[in-house]
Ligand binder design. Structure first.
Ligand SMILES: C[S@@+](CC[C@H](N)C(=O)[O-])C[C@H]1O[C@@H](n2cnc3c(N)ncnc32)[C@H](O)[C@@H]1O
Length: 204
């Protein structure tokens, strides 16, 4: 078997599965929406969704009138699908096809959101690289929301290993940020199963 190639894996997922044929699908990203509402951002705040895939979070952001939205994903196909769905509104969003760990932000962000992307980094060097990126990418008082599988959640997603986190582990890992709140979430998949997530919301 060849070496695992993350990009090939995700391009394959988004080329073969429909939007509601993946476990992370949600018609309304309620938890993410609740955190961005809590943040109380200006409409021109710089927002980035890491591993946004073709999630409906961007639709919400556009609908609410945010004007500085960036979606980053390793999969070109995921971005293509999200753009297609948004139609003309896609031009209001900046799209970046990149591995988050090769991402060198050109400016700073006020809101960094990651639902179910960070937990795929199972190598400690990659985890540290991510930490460094988010620490450097945030404006002062910037908001950072991260959601991962919790200790009672799945061990794999889309067939590949993830790292489960407890709330305490996430808080310790991102100790340079100030924790504001956390939430345990039971995500109902399209297959009528549940997945336990933990979300942490920090401010820089
Ligand atoms: C489980 S899906 C979650 C998608 C979306 N955040 C949501 O909540 O619906 C994980 C997403 O992260 C992307 N991804 C995985 N590893 C990545 C990496 N290292 N850098 C950037 N994106 C990545 C995948 O292509 C996929 O879209």
């Amino acid at each position: 078997m060849g070496k695992f190639n993350r990009k090939v894996h995700w391009e394959n997922i988004y080329s073969t599965k429909k939007i509601n044929e993946v476990s992370w699908y949600q018609i309304e990203p309620k938890t993410s929406i609740s955190f961005i509402n809590l943040a109380g951002l200006e409409k021109d705040a710089a927002i980035i969704d890491i591993g946004g895939g073709d999630s409906f979070f961007v639709d919400y952001l556009v609908k609410e009138g945010y004007t500085n939205i960036t979606i980053l994903d390793i999969s070109e196909m995921a971005i293509k699908r999200a753009k297609l769905r948004l139609g003309d509104s896609a031009s209001k969003v900046s799209w970046i096809v990149s591995d988050v760990n090769n991402f060198s932000p050109k400016h700073k962000y006020d809101f960094w959101h990651d639902r179910a992307t960070f937990h795929f980094l199972t190598d400690s060097l990659e985890v540290n690289q991510y930490k460094e990126t988010v620490e450097n990418a945030m404006n002062k008082n910037g908001h950072f929301v991260i959601g991962t599988f919790s200790k009672t959640g799945p061990l794999k997603c889309s067939g590949i290993d993830i790292t489960q986190y407890s709330k305490q582990e996430i808080i310790e890992l991102f100790h340079t940020f100030k924790i504001i709140s956390d939430l345990n979430v039971k995500h109902l998949t399209p297959f009528e199963t549940t997945q336990d997530f933990v979300f942490c919301y920090f401010v820089k």
